[in-house]
Design a protein around this ligand. Structure first.
Ligand SMILES: C[S@@+](CC[C@H](N)C(=O)[O-])C[C@H]1O[C@@H](n2cnc3c(N)ncnc32)[C@H](O)[C@@H]1O
Length: 376
């Protein structure tokens, strides 16, 4: 007999809960509450220097960590215990724990994999930056909830600044690992054009990590990043200075449907088209600003076409981010298409075709991103 039964009136009458399913769901929810709470501890680990202190030691006790980071020992003790329970640090099983304290003389260490995720911003697996995004959405929760109640959007620029920092840090490892070594070479003729010296627009560039990564690799080409958010552009300019690429980069405030220039060899959209109110309008503008044999590189979160395709951990992250960030951002702009961060290839292809592109293919993908090539 099924757990629910249809009554003659068509309403469904619930049978009692399946206890095994309930237990497993409770366990998942407890795990998730733990993850949500521990997000604050991951941020503390960055802000108070716990992660970097650990990465400089073979192993460490709570007392040593407290001393190194200049905090009372009970904080270090509880923080280490929570990370051990999360699987984010390892404990030394041979060490005794004291009877009257939580960790006693226990020693903790970071495995190389844990260090890559939490300590090294240059590692392709660095994820600690993503927690700044988490902090921003909790900070903005009351205002986003109010926007939803009022039936309005919530613009990218309205968010707490932690979102901009978190977005930079969350996407940076993927761009550094894949953009110039895999994504650009996967596009037809683009590597050759940029090596010879081409014109590139990076639309919705944010902090311009993608712009500077490309500018470093292709010194003969010129790169201009456009975004409507001035605060992000200021950071992009500072980053270009830091990276020594001011000679072939520029940043300008413009919307995706009104930036200047023509005959671009490459126009890029990195993880931003679905945030825009009018993705078709943005692609139409790109189509008109492109050189006759130019290319649009559309990088979007990896997603299948159906909900069922995306019911996995990556889909979960992006659907949640989409609810709190991308969908409100799109609804705050004209048209308000609200593509969502899991739009999938078919809907993106339809947008590209409506905008006048005749050639569309998925050039390559990673576990997180798909790289789509659009040509006139
Ligand atoms: C998720 S962030 C991605 C930033 C950057 N491309 C990256 O990958 O780090 C989305 C960016 O799109 C920008 N944006 C959203 N709508 C825009 C529009 N209509 N015109 C220009 N920029 C826009 C936002 O200001 C924000 O910087």
């Amino acid at each position: 007999m099924s757990a629910t039964q249809a009554t003659p009136s068509g309403t469904r009458q619930q049978a009692g809960p399946d206890m095994a399913r309930l237990d497993s769901l409770v366990l998942q929810a407890v795990t998730d509450v733990g993850a949500a709470l521990n997000g604050t501890l991951v941020l503390l680990g960055t802000d108070l220097g716990f992660w970097s202190a650990m990465s400089n030691c073979e192993s460490i006790s709570a007392a040593e960590l407290a001393l190194m980071c200049n905090v009372p020992e009970p904080y270090a003790d509880q923080w280490l215990s929570a990370q051990a329970a999360s699987g984010y640090v390892d404990t030394d099983p041979d060490q005794q724990t004291g009877p009257d304290q939580q960790t006693g003389s226990a020693r903790f260490r970071l495995s190389p994999e844990q260090a890559m995720i939490f300590c090294d911003p240059d590692s392709p697996a660095y994820l600690a930056g993503g927690y700044h995004i988490v902090r921003s959405v909790y900070e903005d929760l009351p205002r986003i909830e109010q926007a939803m109640r009022n039936g309005r959007g919530f613009g990218w620029h309205e968010h707490d600044a932690e979102l901009f920092l978190g977005t930079e840090q969350f996407f940076r490892p993927g761009y550094r690992a894949h953009l110039v070594d895999e994504w650009l070479p996967a596009l037809n003729g683009v590597h050759e054009a940029l090596t010879a010296g081409g014109r590139v627009a990076d639309v919705g560039c944010g902090h311009g990590v993608s712009t500077t990564v490309m500018a470093q690799r292709y010194p003969a080409s010129t790169f201009i990043g456009f975004d409507y958010h001035q605060g992000s552009l200021d950071r992009a300019a500072a980053l270009a200075e830091e990276q020594g690429v001011t000679g072939n980069t520029a940043f300008a405030r413009a919307r995706a449907d009104d930036y200047p220039g023509s005959d671009y060899d490459l126009i890029c959209f990195f993880d931003c088209l679905h945030d825009m109110g009018d993705p078709v309008g943005a692609l139409k503008h790109a189509r008109s600003a492109l050189a006759p044999d130019g290319t649009v590189m559309l990088v979007e979160p990896r997603a299948g076409d159906t909900l069922a395709d995306n019911l996995n951990p990556v889909g979960r992250v992006f659907y949640a981010a989409s609810t709190m960030i991308c969908t409100p951002a799109s609804l705050a702009q004209d048209v308000g298409a609200a593509l969502g961060a899991q739009a999938g290839e078919t809907r993106l292809r339809q947008a590209a075709e409506t905008a006048g592109f005749t050639r569309f293919r998925c050039a390559t993908e990673t576990p997180v991103n798909m790289v789509l090539e659009l040509r006139p």
